[in-house]
Design a protein around this ligand. Structure first.
Ligand SMILES: [Zn+2]
Length: 228
């Protein structure tokens, strides 16, 4: 009986250690991110060290930074079990319709006829792998009711319009598709793979996307993405 108790106690301790080995770092990093995001939201002007700047280039990175703000959630971050974030969430320092969003790289802009808050830009040559074509995707540029903050130069239904890197596309918003539960004001920026027949893959699946960090030249300095 005593041996059995000992065995179960041992099992309990070992599984506790194993679980904390795997989950503790992720838990701590999520907590740190949440606390930084709170600091940022409380007073963005007091935390310039957390922010990136729209249109800036980190070193000799091929892409320009697409907006101003704090990169609160990165590529591969998990918000719920089984989910991996397929882009960067960049939280601007201002209210709705004020933080600029710019094209990261020369390309051809499409805004599907049903898109209220998003545009996608085709780049015929991936600068990190010129043998393939990639797309950059920018979303949440509308208010909770879907009132768009995308510039009138890019109305819904726009196809293959050339935009040089740095072109102002619109402003950050909080549109989620559900007027009753908007997201926090931010830009979701992602790099989407081509589908092989001229279009793009479904950007909601991380497997169809690429990590934007090397394209933007960002570095993780003590848990904050910034220009090194
Ligand atoms: Zn996102």
């Amino acid at each position: 009986m005593k041996a059995l108790l000992k065995f179960f106690f041992g099992l309990f301790v070992v599984s506790g250690l194993v679980l904390s080995y795997f989950y503790l770092p992720a838990w701590i990093s999520t907590r740190r991110k949440a606390s930084r995001l709170r600091q940022w939201f409380t007073d963005p002007a007091a935390h310039p060290e957390l922010a990136i700047a729209a249109g800036a280039r980190c070193g000799d990175a091929p892409f320009l930074l697409p907006t101003d703000g704090y990169i609160g959630f990165g590529y591969g971050d998990s918000f719920r079990p089984g989910h991996s974030h397929q882009g960067l969430d960049i939280f601007g320092p201002t209210d709705l319709d004020a933080t600029p969003v710019v094209a990261a790289f020369d390309g051809y802009l499409t805004r599907e006829s049903t898109w209220k808050s998003a545009v996608i830009i085709r780049h015929p040559r991936d600068p990190l792998d010129p043998s393939r074509q990639v797309w950059t995707y920018y979303t949440h540029m509308a208010d909770p009711n879907g009132e768009s903050f995308i510039l009138p130069d890019f109305p819904a239904g726009t196809r293959e319009l050339f935009v040089p890197a740095g072109t102002l596309l619109g402003y950050q918003g909080n549109y989620s598709g559900d007027p009753n539960s908007p997201v926090g004001i931010h830009l979701h920026f992602s790099i989407v793979q081509s589908n092989g027949s001229g279009g793009y893959k479904n950007e909601l699946e991380i497997a169809n996307t690429l990590d934007p960090i090397p394209y933007l030249g960002l570095a993780d300095v003590d848990g904050v993405w910034c220009c090194p």
